[in-house]
Design a protein around this ligand. Structure first.
Ligand SMILES: [Zn+2]
Length: 286
């Protein structure tokens, strides 16, 4: 059992554009997701203060060994697909994984000949990674580590961006530490379409995983944020496949992808909801 920690909340302006106006989108218990009236970003408001969040994450990752192994099994195919995607663009080099967790992706990439580094804020995960995989991670958050400019060929982050109070600052830092031509790859959940569907059918749920998740990026929003910072050639991969180009097929593929994953979740799956998730990638200009 996780112990309940007291969480202090605060009202905020839109973390992407700074706009103060928003509309209520969905409620889960006393928590609410709102949509920015200016840029349409979906975020938790009010949300836990930074101090509360840090305490919260000390207990966020699973404790016992069987949970860690279950997590590894669940993420394995996602990591494989991400590694293959990276391999399409970059053969070898320096890779940083932010929110490295128990280090399984780093271990995979090390096995493929990459020089790897990781950032993590959970001491428990850092200890595990050191003891079991022999990898020493940097204590996060990323912006505090202070990597040199143009240090990495690839920066990855699996299920990180939806946890960040300032996602734009994070993306800017990723841009700064990537080499020219470097690749950023982020995996994130996109839950709002399913929330809308379940609301339509009157099905109660807590799919947003609040207050752990502070935002819900749509693919359009993710790409627009990346382009706004200067990233180029943005694209999405879902379940290892690139989205079909025609809008009709795009909608159908993402609708059914999302639906199947909602059923997976409702049938008792836990921790992550892989199918409501998207992988976005983008490059720093040469
Ligand atoms: Zn906004």
């Amino acid at each position: 059992m996780k112990k309940e920690v007291e969480i202090e909340m605060e009202e905020i302006d839109c973390p992407v554009c700074g706009g103060p106006e928003h509309l209520l989108l969905h409620r889960e218990d006393s928590l609410q997701m709102v949509r920015c009236s200016s840029c349409r970003f979906i975020y938790l408001n009010p949300r836990p203060t930074s101090r509360s969040l840090l305490r919260f994450y000390q207990d966020y990752l699973p404790e016992d060994e069987s949970s860690v192994e279950a997590w590894e099994r669940m993420m394995e195919s996602i990591f494989q697909k991400a590694a293959n995607l990276i391999g399409r663009y970059k053969k070898r080099g320096r890779l940083l994984d932010v929110g490295a967790g128990f280090g399984f992706f780093l271990s995979e990439m090390r096995g493929r000949g990459w020089e790897v580094a990781g950032v993590e804020i959970s001491q428990k995960a850092m200890d595990y990674t050191k003891d079991v995989l022999g990898l020493t991670l940097h204590l996060g958050p990323l912006e505090k580590v202070g990597f040199p400019e143009s240090d990495f060929d690839v920066v990855s982050g699996f299920y990180v961006i939806e946890h960040l109070p300032d996602p734009m600052a994070f993306l800017k830092e990723c841009y700064r530490i990537l080499k020219p031509g470097g690749l950023l790859l982020l995996r994130y959940p996109h839950t709002t379409p399913i929330k809308n569907l379940l609301l339509f059918f009157g099905i109660e749920n807590r799919l947003y995983d609040l207050p752990a998740h502070l935002s819900d990026f749509s693919p359009e929003m993710a790409e627009s944020c990346l382009r706004g910072i200067g990233f180029e050639r943005c694209g999405h991969m879902i379940g290892g496949y690139t989205l079909p180009p025609s809008p009709g097929k795009r909608v159908a593929s993402s609708f059914f992808g999302n639906l199947s994953e909602a059923l997976y979740f409702l049938s008792g799956g836990r921790i992550l909801f892989p199918g409501v998730s998207k992988t976005v990638y983008a490059f720093k200009g040469e």
